[in-house]
Design a protein around this ligand. Structure first.
Ligand SMILES: [Zn+2]
Ligand SMILES: [Zn+2]
Length: 174
């Protein structure tokens, strides 16, 4: 059975004493990520995630983990592509602290904004390249069609004389 989906979690309702921890298996929807004008997303709605909550003397320490297949257009040829991503993020929230490092932007009055955190954590885990296959050949610079599985002779386009060379010839050796 799929874990219940949560958008926010009231950490105070876990009733943890300092030093105690809880592990929650839940569903989270990080939503779409926009990258280079295209949408990338993991799964169709909620995906399974694991949230570890530790009560510290002054607040909470949190760890969120989930994995999934990030889907969207190949960054070279625009065909559908999928890559496995593994997300692991940590946050600390000590509300009484003056130190910004110890204040989580995702926790307000003990309530964790799980959706926003999952979204940002996924954005940080986004691979530099989302490709349909590691050796995707991309698009032909002349005709714009995919070079994957193409017969090389299909793209044996007649060479246009490079205008820069023409210019050089014009200058010629004097
Ligand atoms: Zn591709
Ligand atoms: Zn071509």
């Amino acid at each position: 059975m799929a874990a219940a989906q949560y958008h926010t979690i009231d950490l105070t309702r876990l009733s943890l004493s300092p030093g105690q921890g809880a592990r929650l298996e839940l569903g989270v929807d990080p939503g779409p990520l926009e990258f280079g004008g295209s949408d990338y997303r993991v799964g169709d709605g909620a995906i399974a995630a694991r949230l570890d909550v530790s009560r510290t003397a002054a607040g909470f320490a949190l760890r969120l983990r989930f994995t999934g297949a990030l889907a969207g257009p190949c960054m070279r040829c625009l065909e559908p592509a999928k890559v496995e991503v593994e997300v692991e993020a940590r946050e600390v929230d000590q509300p009484a602290s003056e130190d910004e490092e110890l204040l989580s932007p995702y926790v307000t009055d003990g309530v964790l904004d799980l959706t926003a955190w999952a979204h940002d954590a996924l954005a940080l885990a986004l691979p530099a390249q989302v490709l349909c296959r590691p050796d995707c050949a991309g698009l032909c610079p002349v005709c714009g069609r995919s070079l994957n599985d193409a017969d090389p002779t299909d793209h044996d386009h007649p060479a246009e004389p490079d205008p820069r060379w023409a210019k050089l010839r014009e200058l010629g050796p004097s």
